[in-house]
Design a binder for this molecule. Structure first.
Ligand SMILES: [Zn+2]
Length: 283
């Protein structure tokens, strides 16, 4: 059965890409729900008040945050509804945050990109799961400056699990990757706090780097650290110059790790082997 589906998708690229495109849009729509609701769910867990109404990823039904009316399925079609409604809600003409179409579009684009890059394979299926989780972490950290354990920890376990089948690297590399990734950030965070007297790096960053190590092996960690620190520093400098703020208003680091992890997943192997050839070292 599964073999037949694989054969069909391999022989019919147009069908494969269309299915992935539609899937990307639907999942993008769901990721929007997670990005909006998960931080609220966590906040409710952390406050001692008991709430009367249920609030999770399914309940209450999709409604307009401004006037609380339910959103009709017709007005909830990924991307198309936003364009058709010209960015205003159908119920009360409030502008819909740009985050919604942006998440749908990036999920769509990334899913298609992975389909082209990996083709019909287990690597493709795993990469989809990894990148969808990264997208959620990217947007939640950007807005709320948290990387929820509910996502970083399962990402870590699944990395170890898939690599027990050698999907991206050996299980041995994955285990070392998970341990080194966490320890690296933990040590920096520890000394930074000693030195500056306040928390500069959250341990959410350590868990995310640990997950990246579990997915792609310890060999990829230096590349992820270099790429994310570089892009993070550039963005931080631009932020300070533009807003005249100080570094103390911690800008979230998670989005830069997520970006670096994406680049590393797709091109990391090539970058690392080019680098090793240059200096005549091998792993
Ligand atoms: Zn409304």
């Amino acid at each position: 059965m599964l073999e037949n589906v694989v054969l069909l998708l391999q022989s019919n690229q147009a069908l494969f890409f269309s299915l992935v495109g539609v899937l990307g849009l639907c999942v993008g729509s769901f990721l929007n729900v997670v990005v909006y609701r998960l931080p609220i769910m966590l906040e409710r867990q952390w406050t001692p008040i008991t709430y009367e109404t249920t609030f999770n990823l399914v309940l209450p039904r999709s409604h307009c945050p401004a006037c609380k009316k339910n959103i009709l399925p017709l007005h909830n079609i990924p991307l198309l509804s936003y364009l058709f409604l010209k960015g205003k809600s159908a119920c009360c003409s409030q502008s819909i945050p740009l985050r919604y179409p942006l998440i749908e579009l990036s999920t769509f684009a990334i899913s298609l990109f992975l389909a082209i890059h990996y083709g019909v394979s287990w690597q493709f299926v795993a990469a989809l799961g990894f990148l969808w989780s990264l997208l959620v972490l990217f947007f939640i950290d950007l807005e709320h400056k948290i990387l929820p354990d509910n996502i970083t920890l399962p990402l870590l376990w699944t990395g170890l699990l898939i690599n027990s089948f050698q999907v991206f690297t050996s299980l041995e590399n994955a285990v070392y990757g998970a341990v080194f990734g966490y320890s690296f950030f933990w040590i920096i965070a520890f000394f930074y706090q000693r030195w500056r007297g306040f928390e500069g790096l959250g341990l959410g960053d350590a868990k995310l780097l640990s997950a990246c190590g579990a997915w792609f092996g310890w060999q990829m960690l230096p590349l992820i650290v270099v790429l994310s620190s570089f892009t993070g520093t550039v963005a931080g400098l631009i932020y300070i110059l533009k807003k005249r703020g100080s570094l103390r208003e911690a800008i979230p680091f998670g989005p830069f790790i997520a970006l670096a992890a994406f680049i590393t997943m797709v091109w990391g192997q090539n970058i690392v082997s080019a680098y090793c050839n240059l200096f005549h070292v091998s792993f």
